[in-house]
Write a protein that binds this ligand. Structure first.
Ligand code: K7E
Ligand code: CUA
Length: 675
């Protein structure tokens, strides 16, 4: 790791080694600037935070829910990854959530959050997130903080420019990071035929306004560039989407060098209202594909995975006026639209300035045909014709920009490790603060909406180094909270995060806190194996499967003695939590289970599969300390040899001897029940 030192006011005094290597630079002010202003981030014991902060977990495939301004962690929501804490992805009911066309994929790399919007403002209904590796989108219900739905994206490889959302949640988008041969073609081609065979793809995923359910409305086939990030237009630019693309060189090796050859890459402007018209008029062609769509049903407490076989595809060659390219220096990363919808800020990682484009000028350039030729048949708008202006000398390695709704923009600078505040109107730099270290995304609550909630800004840093007590080679990830209510930005707090945070969105606590689901009503439980009372508890054999309808209530499991299971049997423990009080989950675990515990919420049924791999006695127990007699909340399962004639038998509270298939009782000595 190379370091360079600079004063925060003299950004240009960077060594060229630092710039070339794109490594982080350590601000010289590191210690002195980190005094903080603890009072402003202090939330007294028993008091609530002002904002819920929904934070991507990066390569842990989860989402973290934090309070702002305290930085306290409230919940980890498993999305693309199995969770041993809740049993998500381990229980029989939730395994289908992780089904894909590749089979069961229990992990992904989650980068971006999009909160649902109505009229350009947060509406507090759903959070959406992208799976970057095996391309997927997820929807999280903000009344349960659980993953409700996962949709796989075909014709994609690396779902990075995703899931950005339109101002009325009409669509979220999913644009491929890696161009690849299309799914219905033989992809077994030489890699050096990239230019010929590799294509890009942007999916428009429609959101059902009532249920939130996702469906791929159409895809747009694009040149074989790499899509990085995106934002929807809003207000006057509603109906448009803006995507940053790099690798306009279409390089397929040593991208570090070969995809940075050209002076400019592109921002792709997509007129999606026009695309909708083309779909309506029959311009879209059907393509055979295969992708999974997984939906969790809160009534049956079970997910169903459906495999779909078709997408509608628009070819830009058939759809004039749908796509335009705007030249953008150099390897743009974030593309962000200001609250008014007029300005589009593109952050070129290797650029010395930040170009700000004007929606009005883009429209005029299109009307005037102010083009600089074409790229793969798509008109390229003249840079100057689209440009509002450039922020000059902002810092090094601009990545992402957020807004405060007061005419200011805040851009994260990866290389120079700082946040730069500038004025959208005159493009003047107003303030800069160091970050510790190498900031990636930044987030202002409501920052990507038409009405930012302002007040705070959170930096999500890529490198932690000396900020916390060290923990061996792997250090915690780190976020920092800044006060942006005044003219100058002020650092308030460092707080660690789980996974690698990329983007996050925060919304006022008042939008969510009073509509949280507290229990599932037991009378509405439509699970196929529910036991709505202890009287319905039972054990049944179907071939080598044994199904246990078990109930859990403080402080016993029913049944708690089970005999007659044979070696090799697959035992399905279907456990219904009979509690109807908030905050009383029960857990379930059994020795030797090849998965995890399951945690069952009040009124819910969940299933743990367990295979009897040896004979003997196996204790099972509740894993969540639920009452003073939690330790007593347990039971025993007996496994007998295959040839044994111990009859299937279960009980709670009675202590009768086991029965053989012939009806006589066994005495319990080893080998009992055999003749
Ligand atoms: Cu949104 Cu982190 Cu994937 Cu920038 S990316 S940092
Ligand atoms: Cu139920 Cu511990």
């Amino acid at each position: 790791m190379k370091f360079c030192y600079f004063k925060t006011c003299a950004v240009l005094m960077m060594t060229s080694a630092c710039l070339l290597s794109m490594q982080s630079c350590k601000p010289k002010t590191a210690q002195s600037a980190a005094t903080g202003d603890a009072a402003k981030s202090f939330v007294a014991p028993g008091k609530y935070d002002e904002f819920y902060n929904v934070v991507s977990g990066g390569f842990n495939g989860q989402i973290g829910i934090y309070g702002i301004p305290s930085g306290r962690l409230f919940r980890i929501v498993p999305v693309f990854s199995q969770s041993p804490e809740s049993g998500y992805g381990f229980s029989e009911e939730t395994k289908p959530m992780l089904n894909t066309s590749h089979g069961f994929v229990p992990w992904d790399d989650l980068h971006h959050i999009a909160l649902s919007q109505t009229k350009g403002e947060h509406d507090g209904r759903w959070a959406f997130a992208n799976g970057n590796n095996t391309p997927r989108l997820a929807r999280i219900d903000l009344t349960t903080f659980r993953t409700s739905e996962i949709l796989e994206i075909p014709n994609s490889a690396g779902n990075h420019a995703s899931p950005f959302i339109t101002e009325n949640s009409e669509y979220i988008v999913a644009a491929t990071r890696f161009s690849v041969p299309l799914d219905d073609q033989n992809g077994d081609v030489p890699i050096n035929t990239y230019k010929q065979h590799f294509k890009g793809s942007i999916s428009f995923v429609a959101i059902n306004p009532a249920s939130g359910e996702m469906g791929i409305a159409f895809q747009i086939r694009t040149p074989g560039v790499n899509f990085d990030l995106s934002r929807a237009g809003k207000g006057k630019s509603h109906g448009w989407f803006f995507f940053s693309c790099y690798n306009s060189e279409k390089a397929n090796t040593l991208l570090e060098v070969n995809a940075s050859q050209k002076d400019k890459d592109f921002v792709m402007a997509v007129n999606w209202k026009k695309a909708e018209e083309y779909v309506k008029s029959g311009k879209a062609k059907k393509q055979a594909v295969k992708y999974a769509h997984n939906v969790y049903d809160e009534k049956t407490h079970t997910a169903i995975s459906t495999v779909k076989n078709e997408v509608l595809v628009l070819d830009p060659a058939d759809c004039p006026g749908m796509l335009y390219l705007i030249p953008c220096p150099k390897s743009p990363h974030g593309t962000d639209v200001d609250p008014t919808g007029e300005y589009i800020v593109a952050s070129g990682k290797l650029a010395a300035s930040i170009p700000v484009f004007s929606y009005t000028k883009i429209q005029k350039a299109i009307a005037d045909k102010a083009f600089d030729g074409e790229y793969d048949g798509i008109p390229v708008i003249k840079y100057e014709a689209a440009l509002h202006g450039e922020v000059t000398k902002p810092g090094l390695g601009p990545l992402h920009t957020e807004f405060d709704g007061k005419g200011n923009a805040y851009t994260s600078m990866f290389v120079s490790s700082e946040i730069v505040k500038w004025s959208i109107n005159d493009l003047k730099v107003l303030d800069r603060v160091p970050t510790y270290y190498s900031i990636g995304h930044l987030s202002v609550p409501g920052g990507p909406t038409a009405k930012p909630h302002g007040k705070y800004m959170i930096a999500y840093n890529k490198i932690t180094k000396d900020r916390y007590l060290p923990t061996g080679p792997e250090l915690t990830q780190s976020a920092q909270l800044y006060d942006i209510s005044g003219e100058k930005m002020k650092l308030l707090l460092d707080f660690p995060t789980t996974g690698e945070p990329h983007y996050a969105e925060a919304l006022p606590a008042s939008m969510l806190k009073d509509k949280q689901k507290k229990i599932f009503k037991i009378e509405e439980n439509a699970h196929a194996y529910v036991a709505k009372g202890e009287g319905q508890a039972k054990v049944e054999r179907k071939g080598n499967q044994v199904h246990v309808w078990m109930t859990a209530i403080r402080s016993h499991l029913t049944p708690d003695n089970i005999e007659g299971v044979k070696l090799g049997d697959e035992v399905f423990f279907h456990i219904t939590n009979l509690e109807q009080d908030w905050d009383v989950p029960h857990g379930f675990a059994i020795k030797g289970a090849n998965n995890a515990e399951i945690l069952i919420m009040p009124g819910e049924t969940q299933t743990l599969k367990w295979v009897a791999d040896r004979t003997g006695i196996f204790p099972f127990y509740c894993t969540d300390f639920c009452s003073a007699l939690h330790q007593e909340m347990s039971g025993y399962l007996r496994v007998s040899p295959v040839a044994s004639n111990v009859a299937l038998h279960f009980s709670t509270g009675s202590n009768k001897p086991a029965v053989t298939d012939e009806g006589s009782t066994t005495t319990g000595s080893p080998g009992a029940g055999t003749k």
